[in-house]
Design a protein around this ligand. Structure first.
Ligand code: 4AZ
Length: 281
């Protein structure tokens, strides 16, 4: 399962909606490692407990059953949201992001069937021009919102050299993505606890192949050595948080929760540097 949501999307959302509506249909987990989902291997959490985790939505493109959710995103300013570049590519959206009339960020909504929280139109989308869809390097985009999010919805970003990036640090990923790797999209927000893994582990797992190439300067490796806890399709663009600070954006990986195939995240310190945000943090 290569990349993001993206490719899979046109097909999956329909399946996703169906699967979510009849949760018991695929009762047997594909493998023990992915028995219980996020995010695979996760647990339910309230949006109020991670208010910076927001959903990226277009009902026109993805249908209304799950509020049009198709990717995750994270608020780093009251009108500034980060997501994955691959989430706002033309292959996902069907047209350039500026031409998607109902592209919105949804904040404060745990259950995508509900109307809780806020829906805020995206006023401007800036996609990293250096994003490389082959290696997946530079997988980030900046969304500017038409209205302000609440002040408590903003999370701080970990700058280069922050100890939160060290291997073995505990980290949590948040999202509404596939909970099994088989296209089971939940209605409610989930989180999964894991650890930052060494660059060596991802370099070994992803030396360069169809899924992507791990590059330690712009990517971050996280999960569990034994597999089982991971982000998955639909979580892309969402936050990986350690020590209360944003360290990663869900980007890619080979499958979900598989031993030996950790999740790969966009390294937030590189985002800060590329955007010239050093002094703002
Ligand atoms: C995806 O397809 C995707 N297990 C996101 C994250 C991971 C794999 C795939 C990491 O969006």
């Amino acid at each position: 399962m290569r990349r993001p949501f993206v490719r899979a999307l046109a097909r999956p959302l329909v399946l996703a909606a169906a699967a979510a509506a009849i949760p018991l249909v695929s009762a047997a987990p594909a493998a023990p490692a992915v028995a219980d989902g996020i995010v695979v291997g996760g647990f339910p959490i309230e949006a109020a407990d991670s208010p910076w985790t927001v959903a990226l939505s277009s009902r026109d493109r993805f249908g209304g059953m799950r509020s049009g959710q198709f990717c995750g995103a994270v608020a780093v300013g009251r009108t500034t949201v980060l997501t994955a570049a691959h989430c706002v590519g033309e292959d996902v959206l069907g047209s350039p992001p500026g031409e998607v009339g109902d592209l919105k960020v949804i904040a404060g909504r745990t259950d995508l069937r509900s109307a809780e929280g806020q829906e805020i139109p995206v006023r401007e989308t800036w996609v990293n021009p250096e994003y490389d869809g082959i290696s997946n390097a530079g997988d980030f985009a900046v969304l500017t919102l038409a209205e302000k999010l609440p002040e408590n919805a903003v999370i701080g970003m970990a700058a280069a050299g922050d100890p939160a990036y060290a291997a073995d640090t505990r980290a949590t990923v948040y999202g509404w993505g596939d909970v099994t790797g088989a296209g089971d999209y939940p209605y409610s927000l989930r989180a999964a606890r894991m650890r930052v893994l060494s660059d060596a582990l991802c370099e070994e797992a992803y030396p360069g192949g169809a899924d992507g190439t791990y590059r330690a300067d712009v990517m971050l490796c996280a999960g569990e050595r034994v597999g089982g806890r991971d982000a998955c399709q639909g979580d892309s663009g969402g936050p990986l948080v350690a020590q209360g600070r944003l360290i990663g954006l869900v980007s890619w990986g080979s499958g979900c929760g598989r031993p030996g195939s950790p999740g790969v995240y966009t390294r937030v310190s590189d985002v800060i540097q590329k955007l010239g945000w050093e002094r703002a943090t």
